[in-house]
Design a protein around this ligand. Structure first.
Ligand SMILES: NC(=O)c1ccc[n+]([C@@H]2O[C@H](COP(=O)([O-])OP(=O)(O)OC[C@H]3O[C@@H](n4cnc5c(N)ncnc54)[C@H](O)[C@@H]3O)[C@@H](O)[C@H]2O)c1
Length: 252
């Protein structure tokens, strides 16, 4: 596949999970990928495996880091994938304000900063943006207010950006994944207990997928495929869209 030959693509949070799968898919399609992550060493390791890729440290909450990353992209940026995100849960009655703000800083402010920093090279390339939202931005979940609110706000931020960028020929779309098998889950405190109870990580994911009509969690590569579909020329008239990649979870 060479649909993105020589296109410059920047992916945030690309050292793990969905971001890593997305960076790999773009590299396989011929793009020059800027593999960026809070963990710069992990980004460099991931990039080393990909032809034409460069690894960079990029904390999406840092205005300075965004200036450096967009500088590294050069004159033109064909695709920006705002994927970096963190998950944390707490009942509202116990929500810590600093933890709330930390999550918003990454999941919401980080995307706003990325859109702002990348505006000039995106306009020059008449490029496009794909934001990684979440089914949790549409479906309320008890104990996950900060995460749900951050992703709901990201959906609206993406629509506003789509309107503002359209006159410059720049498209902005979202993928809206349901549960995806990534290290994000393995880090949640309850996951180890669930693995112990069910006997294996696969059985734990299967239990978590009980509300997903297709009956399983998503693979990171399946989200990556949706990102590439939205970023490619075939989607040239698609902007402001929210593409669910959730096995039907959002329908129930
Ligand atoms: N895994 C799921 O079930 C799921 C479902 C829906 C949406 N998502 C979204 O997909 C995106 C990727 O999640 P994942 O599951 O691959 O998680 P992950 O934890 O495997 O990867 C996230 C990456 O983001 C990086 N990161 C964290 N803070 C950062 C920061 N400040 N700046 C730059 N990078 C930072 C981490 O270092 C990590 O490499 C997130 O936005 C997440 O909310 C995940």
């Amino acid at each position: 596949m060479s649909g993105f030959k020589d296109k410059v693509v920047l992916v945030t949070g690309a050292a793990s999970g969905i971001g890593l799968a997305t960076a790999r898919a773009f590299a396989a399609a011929g793009a020059r990928v800027l593999v960026t992550d809070l963990d710069g060493d992990a980004a460099a390791r991931a990039a080393a495996d990909l032809p034409g890729a460069v690894g960079l440290a990029l904390d999406v909450t840092s205005e300075r880091a965004w200036a450096e990353a967009t500088e590294a992209a050069g004159e033109r940026l064909d695709v920006l994938v705002n994927n970096a995100g963190v998950a944390a849960g707490a009942p509202l009655a116990e929500q810590d304000l600093a933890a709330w703000r930390r999550l918003m800083a990454v999941n919401l402010d980080g995307v706003m900063l990325g859109l702002r920093a990348a505006t000039p090279p995106l306009r020059r390339a008449r490029g496009n943006v794909v934001n990684v939202a979440s089914a949790s931005g549409r479906k309320a979940q008890a104990g996950a207010a900060a995460y749900c609110v951050s992703k709901a706000a990201l959906l609206m931020l993406s629509r506003v950006a789509a309107l503002e960028f359209a006159p410059h020929g720049v498209r902005v779309n979202c993928v809206v994944p349901g549960g995806v098998e990534t290290p994000m889950w393995a880090r949640q405190p309850f996951f180890a207990d669930l693995v112990a109870e069910k006997g294996s990580p696969a059985a734990a994911y299967a239990a978590l997928a009980s509300e997903t009509p297709l009956g399983r969690f998503c693979r990171p590569e399946e989200v990556a495929a949706a990102v590439l579909a939205l970023a490619g020329d075939q989607a040239g008239f698609v902007t402001g869209a929210e593409l669910a990649v959730d096995g039907g979870y959002g329908l129930t």
